[in-house]
Design a protein around this ligand. Structure first.
Ligand code: TYD
Ligand code: MG
Length: 449
């Protein structure tokens, strides 16, 4: 007998109230042994004997989706799409089905959450601009794994979509649908089926912030591709993020906008996250952020208000708060700014999340500009990691970032000296810097109030 954490997949031989790895309470569930223990024979081969097979891919022609997958759905692969309820997973998977049917593929859509009329309404809404051949579209309303498998055998589809994995049940296992045991076993069966019959299966999975339902974390190592559909439910923008891909680059993102008639691709995200290059205001900087192979120039806003309390507020959106503390300490010591006297509110525009240090300089300058109430000259971009000694360290993908910023009309870029020399187009003022002190002199921060 084994216990598994529903949140992070940690396994333990005894029950624990709190998971020692992710710290969530009451998340360990009993996992019964697999019903069938098929014997698997090992295989010993010499690398030279293995024939290289180029993987066959089905393109959906939803470019943002195909690109995130590395060029389309690989035959025989199992793709997991995870996301919070209401984010648009069913909408996306129905749109994928429509595009595939339109291209002549046979699709089996297994739905165990919605009823036929709900699907039909959504289908009509999404297929307004498409002439779709209904006959190639099979819908199965069932949560019984056995039935799903037998229908797959009968229909022989080119693609299967299962919405959602948490509601599918293998009757031979004595635990309820959605439990770790069920989710694992069902996924394993589907995985074997996909490999055996060589068609792709997309499985949808809910994640809740509390990790109450067996989350995709326990499935991540089993499937070939892990995609997360993210975004703020209150805004229309959705980001499809690739966390793992056995057939292509990970970390790739696709951007969509939820509209009345489904998800629309956003091909040039820069105009989305950079709605208007504002007038010169203080507390505002721009950074070319790298998301996978894509560069997005985004806006960083900061507000600094004097505080009279011993514990100043640090409110951040879209950036790691611990990294912010480090940068604030650097400002305190290296730039002699009494940071403890201010409440700091920092926001990265467009519900993006900055994970890389290459944007440090932009963040530090936004904060300083807010504190000193000194605006930064329009059309300036920032690039550089800030070290603990106030030094500006080199970053990756400089040429791509600079090119993208220039394409958008930025004409001045402040970047690490160590990243020079690089080739630049004309009309761009490149300012190489090696320390915060230099940057602040260039930006006239010391003249500020
Ligand atoms: P849904 O795909 O059902 O989310 P999930 O499967 O992840 O739970 O989509 C949820 C939201 O999307 C719902 O609130 C309505 C909205 N939506 C649109 O705005 N436009 C559309 O064309 C469709 C189909 C849905
Ligand atoms: Mg759904």
């Amino acid at each position: 007998m084994n216990f598994v954490c529903e949140n992070c997949g940690y396994e333990s031989s005894k029950w624990l109230g709190r998971c020692p790895v992710c710290g969530s309470w009451n998340a360990l569930r009993e996992m019964r042994e697999s019903v069938k223990k098929e014997e698997r024979k090992g295989l010993l081969v010499n690398l030279a004997e293995i024939k290289e097979e180029k993987e066959e891919r089905l393109k959906t022609d939803i470019e943002e989706f195909d690109r995130v997958l590395g060029g389309g759905l690989v035959k025989g692969s199992l793709v997991l799409i995870g996301g919070e309820p209401g984010i648009g997973k069913s909408t996306l998977s129905l749109q994928i089905s429509l595009m595939l049917i339109n291209k002549g593929f046979k699709v089996l859509y297994v739905s165990s959450e919605e009823n036929p009329s709900q699907i039909k309404i959504r289908y009509n809404r999404l297929s307004l601009c498409l002439k779709v051949n209904y006959e190639k579209f099979y819908l199965l309303f069932s949560s019984d794994l056995e039935e799903i498998v037998s229908q797959i055998e009968r229909i022989k589809p080119d693609v299967v979509i299962v919405d959602s994995i948490q509601t599918i049940e293998d009757k031979r296992i004595p635990s309820v649908a959605g439990s770790v045991t069920q989710v694992r076993e069902v996924t394993l069966t589907l995985l074997n089926l996909a490999k055996e019959k060589s068609f792709p299966i997309i499985i949808i999975s809910h994640v809740t912030k509390q990790g109450l339902i067996a989350g995709p974390k326990v499935l991540e190592h089993m499937v070939d591709v892990v995609l997360y559909f993210e975004g703020d439910i209150n805004t229309d923008y959705r980001i499809l993020r690739c966390e793992k891909n056995r057939f292509g680059p990970a970390n790739e993102i696709g951007i969509f906008e939820m509209q009345e008639f489904g998800l629309q691709e956003v091909k040039n995200p820069n105009f989305l996250f950079l709605p208007h290059l504002r007038e010169e205001v203080f507390g505002l900087t721009f950074v070319p952020l790298s998301e996978g192979r894509r560069i997005i120039v985004t806006e960083i806003q900061c507000l600094a208000t004097p505080t009279y309390f011993p514990y100043p507020q640090r409110v951040v959106q879209g950036f790691d708060i611990r990294r912010l503390s480090i940068l604030l300490s650097v400002l305190d010591i290296q730039a002699n700014i009494n940071i403890g006297r201010y409440d700091i509110y920092l926001n990265v525009a467009g519900s993006l999340y900055i994970k890389e240090n290459a944007c440090d300089l932009g963040i530090v300058c936004a904060i300083t500009s807010a504190i000193k109430k000194t605006p930064i000259k329009k059309l300036t971009c920032f690039l550089g990691e800030v070290g603990l000694l106030g030094e500006i360290r080199p970053v990756s993908l400089v040429r791509e970032r600079v090119k993208e910023a220039q394409k958008l009309g930025f004409n001045r870029i402040i970047l690490p000296k160590e990243n020079i020399p690089i080739f630049f187009e004309e009309g761009l003022e490149v300012i190489p810097v090696s320390s915060l002190k230099e940057v602040f002199e260039i930006l006239d921060f010391d003249k500020g109030r």
